[in-house]
Design a protein around this ligand. Structure first.
Ligand SMILES: [Zn+2]
Length: 221
């Protein structure tokens, strides 16, 4: 009996001695797990992160206009391949109030319009309600503008739009946690659409946008 009690006591003593170390080891593995699970490590995602950090100078690519009014600014709340809902998406989320005017980031022909969605929420089941506009550009790329307001689109399929033209109003429809504009560009390659990163005209020149920063659309002088 005595022996067992002292054994238990000894074990407890050891446990309390090493408790901080065990805690650190557990934290280390949790962080390791979070990192390996949450970050998309594909070559494409890695390239996008390098672009966002300005490590790749890809200066021949088209320069898009920020898709909101001249002189206004919005925060980029999610960038390319981020940990939240963009894990496998090269998309940009601009936080903005419902009803904010959306302008074409690039000219083209309207290929798709959906504006009958009237629901939204942070559940994939809401995805089908996401109002959107898709505009085809003349180089085989197309842009998507998502989560627009119910009946909040002012262009029709087949319309030719110019860069900076009003196309609709932002909302919170579809798979979304808060009112924002989800912007994405794809390029057709070998019969399938591949997501591509795009740079934008900012007050500091043409840049790939970085998450959590606010961007103001510069005016035309
Ligand atoms: Zn998004």
């Amino acid at each position: 009996m005595n022996r067992n009690e002292s054994k238990t006591g000894h074990a407890l003593h050891l446990y309390s001695m090493y408790k901080p170390t065990l805690y650190l080891i557990a934290m280390f593995f949790i962080l390791l797990l979070l990192n390996s699970c949450a970050v998309n490590k594909s070559p494409e995602a890695t390239r996008f992160r390098a672009l966002q950090k300005g490590k790749i100078k890809d200066d021949s690519s088209y320069v898009y206009a920020l898709p909101f009014a001249v002189g206004t600014k919005h925060r980029l709340v999610q960038g390319y391949f981020s940990r939240f809902t963009h894990r496998n998406r090269a998309a940009l989320d601009f936080k903005m109030k419902k009803g904010t005017a959306i302008y074409a980031a690039r000219g083209g022909v309207v290929a798709r319009v959906k504006e009958d969605g009237d629901k939204g929420g942070l559940d994939a089941a809401y995805r089908q309600y996401g109002n959107n506009i898709i505009i085809n550009h003349n180089d085989g790329t197309r842009a998507g503008y998502w989560h627009l307001q119910h009946n909040g689109i002012v262009v029709n399929v087949g319309d030719t739009v110019q860069q900076g033209q009003l196309i609709g109003y932002s909302g919170n429809t579809g798979y979304t946690a808060f009112p924002h504009l989800h912007f994405i560009v794809w390029k057709s390659e070998a019969g399938s659409w591949r997501q591509i990163g795009t740079r934008f005209q900012t007050r500091k020149g043409a840049k790939y946008l970085r998450p959590l920063k606010k961007y103001k659309r510069p005016g035309k002088d």
